[in-house]
Design a protein around this ligand. Structure first.
Ligand code: ATP
Length: 431
């Protein structure tokens, strides 16, 4: 983890939030490379969940919602962790985070555990009173449930179908940590997949496998992924079953994504609280039914961390150690780097032409500083899958050398063919 944290900071993947002011606990900023990686992960999720399926559509709902949403969902009363307060230093602790009966920080006396709600509160409008309280959403899912009828009416989808969204969520987590694994502001990629009651177990299995396959299809080592089913005592009040996809993080197996069978809990709750019937008319049986819902809920930031950890490799190279981020080309922040052998004309000119033409298609970088070996290392370390070297021969034969990151093999191809060469390789179809 230390290596990933230091690489992230040094190369511009992730910074501490408000660092010049001493930071802000549980909040992180993504730098120039981090935002690319994060966007690529979100894009790959969107493509597999929405673009390549007929049965799922997307939404983007607001973060601030009518507070009654959170009463209906159970978050106002139920979304809490038990906490003990230290009477001396005022620190707050989760019972599972300490042993004994006194404050682990100062040794002071602790209160008995009390429920502490994890939702952030703020006020909407000019008056800061209880009537103006709104919450920052602690999950994106409720923005989907409250739009169930809108989406059904506008898309005329038939069961089974899903509604998906990617967006920020906020939780006033008591203990944050393990870098971006647990923060107070984070992003989720959530799908609510509505099915006929009775088919829910089939679809739950379907989504467990589909989501596991997704991580593997983007190069994550399947040996570092496993499913863990929740036992009855762990299940949330709304869930009939839930399994986590866990990743073998440096601190041990931990949740990357949760996939729950939420039954008809949410639609029924919102029907009851809003007075609007949230139902589906089944043409076959001529009955109004409340669909069951399967929810694969993934964390963007936890995915960023897992993909970084999984890709990080150190290997011997001559007398040194080469560190390489073996990211899948679809996730890599830069798809290629153009490296002119000399900074001077006419080589610089030709190299800039190559660069300009490639960047219309992909995120590509340009590096003409220091030796070519050093430049390869820099690109390896940030996961750039292809380095394109423009040398003095290029001026005569109009060819360049392309070096692949993982195998370090090199091929020489005409400049006019670079795009056709890279296209299937950047999709991961060819190596
Ligand atoms: P945990 O038990 O680790 O707190 P959870 O079971 O509360 O997680 P869910 O409510 O199932 O998490 O949220 C779905 C996903 O959202 C999680 O699998 C995780 O990837 C992500 N997530 C939840 N809380 C956080 C957080 N505080 N920081 C970063 N990601 C989070």
């Amino acid at each position: 983890m230390d290596k990933i944290v230091s690489l992230s900071r040094r190369r511009g993947f992730v910074f501490q939030s408000s660092e010049i002011y001493g930071g802000q606990g549980g909040c992180w900023d993504y730098g120039p490379l981090g935002v690319q990686l994060k966007n690529n992960i979100k894009q790959a999720w969107w493509q597999s969940i929405i673009q390549e399926r007929d049965d799922v559509v997307g939404v983007d709902s607001s973060i601030l919602m009518n507070p009654r949403v959170w009463e209906a969902s159970g978050h106002v009363t139920g979304f809490s962790d038990p906490m003990c307060d230290c009477l001396k230093c005022k620190m707050r602790w989760r019972p599972e985070d300490f042993e004994g009966t006194v404050c682990p920080s100062c040794g002071g006396e602790l209160t008995a555990p009390r429920q502490f709600n994890l939702m952030f509160k703020t006020f909407m409008g000019p008056v800061e009173d209880t009537a103006a309280v709104v919450y920052l959403r602690p999950e994106t899912a409720q923005g989907i449930f409250v739009n169930f009828e809108n989406v059904l009416n506008t898309t005329r989808k038939k069961l089974p179908f899903g509604i998906a969204q990617i967006g920020k969520s906020f939780r006033n987590e008591i203990t944050t940590g393990n870098f971006i694994f647990r923060s107070r502001e984070f992003e989720q990629m959530e799908l609510e997949y509505f099915v006929k009651p009775g088919t829910d177990e089939y679809w739950h299995d379907h989504w467990l496998q589909t989501r596991l396959d997704w991580y593997a299809s983007l190069g994550m080592n399947p040996a570092n992924l496993r499913l863990r089913a929740h036992c009855d005592s762990e299940l949330a009040h709304y869930a009939k079953a839930c399994s986590d996809i866990q990743y073998l993080f440096p601190m041990g197996w931990s949740e990357l994504e949760g996939i729950a069978n939420r039954c008809d809990f949410d639609l029924k709750q919102h029907s009851e609280h809003s007075g609007k019937k949230l139902e589906y008319f089944d043409e076959e049986t001529k009955e109004h039914i409340t669909p069951y819902v399967i929810e694969p809920s993934a964390g963007v930031d936890r995915s960023v961390l897992a993909f970084l950890i999984d890709a990080y490799t150190e290997e011997p190279d001559k007398d040194e150690i080469r560190s390489v981020l073996k990211l899948h080309p679809r996730l890599a922040p830069f798809k290629a780097a153009v490296l002119p052998l000399s900074k001077k004309e006419p080589l610089a000119n030709l190299s800039k032409e190559v660069y300009a033409s490639l960047r219309k298609a992909w995120m590509v970088t340009y590096d003409d500083a220091q030796s070519i070996g050093r430049r390869y290392r820099r690109q390896d370390e940030i996961g750039t899958p292809y380095c394109i070297t423009v040398d003095f021969d290029s001026l005569n034969d109009n060819q360049v050398t392309i070096r692949e990151r993982d195998s370090m093999t090199q091929v020489r191809i005409p400049i006019a063919e670079i795009k056709a060469y890279l296209f299937p390789r950047l999709k991961g179809e060819l190596k």
